[in-house]
Write a protein that binds this ligand. Structure first.
Ligand code: CO
Length: 255
């Protein structure tokens, strides 16, 4: 069963997602050559707790941090560590927040200093694919309409969408039904209805879509070592279409 949330529940989900977005804006502003990915995680923990939230990723299936920081060929689930960012890399920041029992989840990818044309186009395409997926998230459409919109956007640019990880429903758990693949799985999936809350998250590779998970059990890298980008918003389905919950009150698109 896919939950249909009440307005009161949606207000809690909005709060959780606004804290999430606030963290993303702050961390995006910290990205520069020389910073350690661990520094970003420490900053995230402070902002989340100051806002009265709980880091949702920490301890989830024993995940050891508050954020996932995924650099270049790391697709998702990069564990913050002592390594320093270098000019030219692209950095995915993924954050989850629990607030009064309700979850926020969002991600974006930002450049570290000057980046090459391939990485710039990859980031821009992934952000646009998320927007296309969100635009397809209207009542009466199916989950597969989101999937197809995302896939079409990426493949038309010569990029590939990751199969091994998917978007998801979100609410009183971080991951709920339905799964939201970013590619056509050959069935239309559940129909979208007002009150459903979904985390849509395209993960897009410059090369092949295949993934390898490192020995830490988390870090997912591209099988060919080429870069990957990731954007995610949590949205609620309304009669008129999807409303994005994970925008910072500053309303910067992509954040
Ligand atoms: Co997610």
């Amino acid at each position: 069963m896919i939950a249909l949330r009440t307005e009161k529940e949606i207000s809690f989900l909005r709060k959780a997602n606004e804290i999430t977005a606030e963290v993303l804006v702050a961390l995006a502003g910290m990205i520069e050559p020389g910073i350690r990915t661990k520094d970003l995680d420490v900053a995230a923990a402070k902002i989340i707790r100051k806002a009265g939230g709980i880091p949702a990723f920490l301890g989830y299936r024993d995940y050891p941090a508050c954020t996932c920081i995924s650099v270049d060929e790391v697709i998702v689930h990069g564990i913050p560590n002592d390594r320093r960012l270098r000019e030219g890399q692209i950095v995915s920041i993924d954050v989850g927040v629990k607030w009064k029992g309700y979850y926020g989840d969002a991600a974006l990818t930002v450049p570290c200093g000057e980046i090459d044309e391939l990485r710039r186009r990859l980031m821009e395409t992934t952000d646009r694919a998320l927007a296309a997926g969100i635009a397809a998230a209207v009542p009466g459409n199916y989950v597969s309409d989101i999937s197809r919109a995302v896939q079409q956007c990426c493949e038309s640019q010569g990029f590939s969408v990751v199969r091994a990880f998917v978007g998801h429903g979100i609410g009183t758990r971080l991951h709920e039904e339905p799964q939201i693949p970013n590619y056509d799985v050959g069935s239309r999936g559940p129909m979208l209805r007002p009150g459903m809350v979904l985390a849509i998250e395209p993960m897009v590779n410059a090369g092949i879509y295949e993934v390898r998970v490192l020995d830490d059990g988390w870090t997912a890298v591209t099988a060919d070592g080429k870069p990957s980008a990731h954007f995610e918003h949590s949205v609620v389905i309304r009669e008129q279409g999807a409303e994005i919950l994970s925008l910072s009150p500053k309303r910067v698109w992509g954040m």
